[in-house]
Design a protein around this ligand. Structure first.
Ligand code: ATP
Ligand code: MG
Length: 547
């Protein structure tokens, strides 16, 4: 789809989408390669004992087709929402491909969800079936009575619970299955937003969503694919980031994906996986990258073969970018997008389209601008709403069962992101903050990202978040919540040092007048700081106590 043009801005101008009349994600990620090169490895499962099982495209295609047939035989119909509550692994990938092939809608759910979070999404989506393992099943049992629409439970391991069907019974059946002929706009995938700012919403996508992701990866085969490439992400495949920024494009391009069971992120384990599995391409969200920083001189300790590294979901920041360049020898390709419209801005490091501290430029094929409340495009340098113009293949079809919210997302043809940002003369976008996270202090509007980035550069700081705390004189003051590196003592001396650090680097009004040391920050399952909760905490402190 991508013309061979070296000049990025010319590429942006001349790029035109060529969306075929029919397209099916399941066929594109499995059958297409199976026909060409059935023995090619598509997935390899990392096992701590070294026995890394591999799955070929031939087997992937056959088992996903059998599974699609099995789902249909068990009463799942095209259009039905089918939940996938599984860790990274063959079963999750097979389930995805099968659901797309039969024209149903995949609903990936994170294993980290608690009982209520899970029930909320299954109920909201009216899921007809769920594919899970024992761990997920136990979370499900409690609320099964509240889910009358859930007719089928497929169990991936030890599947002998009453009222469930074993995964292998479906996947090992007859593999001849006529995949549904789907149009690019036919629903394929529904992902709930991370719920960082409020209740999560189900963003419904058409099969075209995968097509819309490809050019950004492909820029001259830089990010993907080159021969020898192997992809890994610690992010859950249930999140838009893990699924659309790592798993599906890699499978599409014939790049093997290494799966590893998601546990609590551990920096040494992450490096070990990358070393042992010869990982050349990784997608590692900013929070995880910041945790990797705790490992000193990683390249001396681990033989890394990383060629490309992507990151998205939160602001990456200059500090973390510079750290990766210095310590991993790689320029991070930052992506920006959201569940509703993923990867519309990116830094194309292979073409030199990168500016530390900024997210990059519009990705080929996507019209992104900074607009005001009336939908007028603002000039370079002005802070405003980051917006994406429709039509765009990566743009969602709508929020599930919430037409009003879908409508409210648009001003004319501009889809608003709920994020504030600024674009410079050259077309580089810098993230300023989510609408609600922007701090107003003494008449200034402050994005928390810059402060957090500055804090992250302090030698004692592991993670940090900045929020506005109500203040009678200044409207708000900046309050920082800081997780210190292991072994650093909290206390006024440390706080004073950190305040000085920010004062010397940023404008006077940006330094955190208050610092609270905490053991951890509240995070979504996708590793995003939930500033809303910190803001509530700060607001409660600011209220005069009664009694
Ligand atoms: P909810 O919409 O339920 O509050 P969420 O917005 O966190 O949750 P996602 O769709 O997973 O759910 O996240 C998209 C958001 O993540 C973006 O709107 C933006 O705020 C943030 N984000 C993504 N990429 C970047 C990036 N490169 N830099 C800064 N922020 C980013
Ligand atoms: Mg959002």
């Amino acid at each position: 789809m991508l013309p061979k043009i070296e000049d990025y801005d010319q590429l942006l101008r001349e790029f035109r989408w060529r969306i075929p009349e029919t397209f099916n994600i399941g066929v594109a990620v499995s059958d297409a390669w199976a026909a060409r090169d059935p023995d090619r490895v598509c997935l390899q499962h990392f096992s701590p004992d070294g026995a890394h099982a591999a799955l070929t495209y031939g087997a992937f295609a056959a088992r996903s087709s059998a599974f699609a047939g099995g789902l249909a035989a068990h009463g799942v119909s095209p259009g039905d929402r089918v939940a996938i509550l599984l860790p990274q692994g063959f079963e999750a990938a097979i389930a995805h491909a099968a659901i797309y092939k039969m024209g149903a809608v995949a609903l990936p759910l994170a294993l980290l969800f608690g009982v209520e979070a899970l029930a909320y999404r299954l109920k909201d989506a009216g899921a007809a079936a769920i594919i899970t393992n024992r761990f997920g099943y136990e979370r499900l049992v409690a609320s099964r009575d509240e889910l009358p629409e859930l007719r089928l439970v497929v169990l991936a391991e030890g599947g002998d619970e009453p009222g469930t069907v074993p995964f292998r019974a479906l996947a090992n059946g007859v593999s001849r299955f006529e995949a549904a002929v789907t149009k690019p706009d036919d629903p394929a995938l529904m992902i709930y937003t991370s719920g960082t700012t409020g209740p999560p919403k189900g963003a419904l996508h058409g099969h075209r969503v995968l097509l819309g992701h490809l050019p950004g990866f492909q820029l001259h085969h830089h990010f993907l694919p080159q021969s020898g490439d192997r992809m890994w992400t610690p992010a859950d495949w249930a999140w838009a980031g893990g699924l659309l920024n790592a798993l599906l494009p890699s499978l599409f391009f014939g790049v093997p994906v290494v799966s590893s069971p998601a546990q609590k992120f551990d920096a040494h384990k992450a490096f070990r996986i990358m070393e042992e599995m010869d990982i050349r391409n990784a997608f590692i969200p900013p929070t995880a990258l910041r945790l990797l920083k705790s490992v000193e001189r990683p390249r001396q300790r681990y033989a890394l073969k990383l060629r490309t590294l992507g990151s998205a979901g939160e602001a990456l920041g200059r500090e973390t970018f510079e750290w990766a360049k210095r310590e991993l020898g790689i320029e991070v390709s930052e992506f920006y997008g959201q569940t509703e419209c993923n990867i519309v801005i990116s830094s194309a490091t292979g073409l030199g389209v990168v500016k530390p501290g900024s997210m990059g430029k519009a990705a080929p094929g996507h019209q992104v601008a900074i607009i005001d409340g009336q939908g007028r495009v603002l000039p370079a340098g002005a802070v405003g709403q980051v917006a994406v113009r429709r039509p765009d293949p990566v743009m969602f079809l709508g929020y599930w069962g919430n037409e009003q919210a879908t409508k409210a997302k648009f001003i004319g043809d501009w889809m608003t992101t709920g994020d504030q940002g600024v674009m410079d003369e050259e077309g580089y976008f810098t993230f300023f903050g989510r609408d609600d996270d922007v701090i107003t202090s003494s008449g200034y509007r402050i994005g928390p990202g810059e402060i957090e980035d500055c804090l992250a550069g302090h030698p004692h700081v592991q993670l940090a978040a900045a929020v506005g705390k109500p203040d009678p004189i200044r409207t708000e003051i900046v309050k920082a919540f800081v997780v210190l590196k292991p072994g650093v003592a909290a206390g006024e001396e440390t706080a004073a040092g950190i305040r000085e650090w920010v004062k010397n680097r940023l404008s006077m009004h940006e330094y955190p007048r208050e610092i609270a040391f905490v053991d951890s920050l509240p995070m979504t399952t996708s590793g995003k700081v939930i500033r809303r909760l910190l803001r509530q905490k700060a607001a409660a402190e600011a209220r005069p106590s009664h009694g």
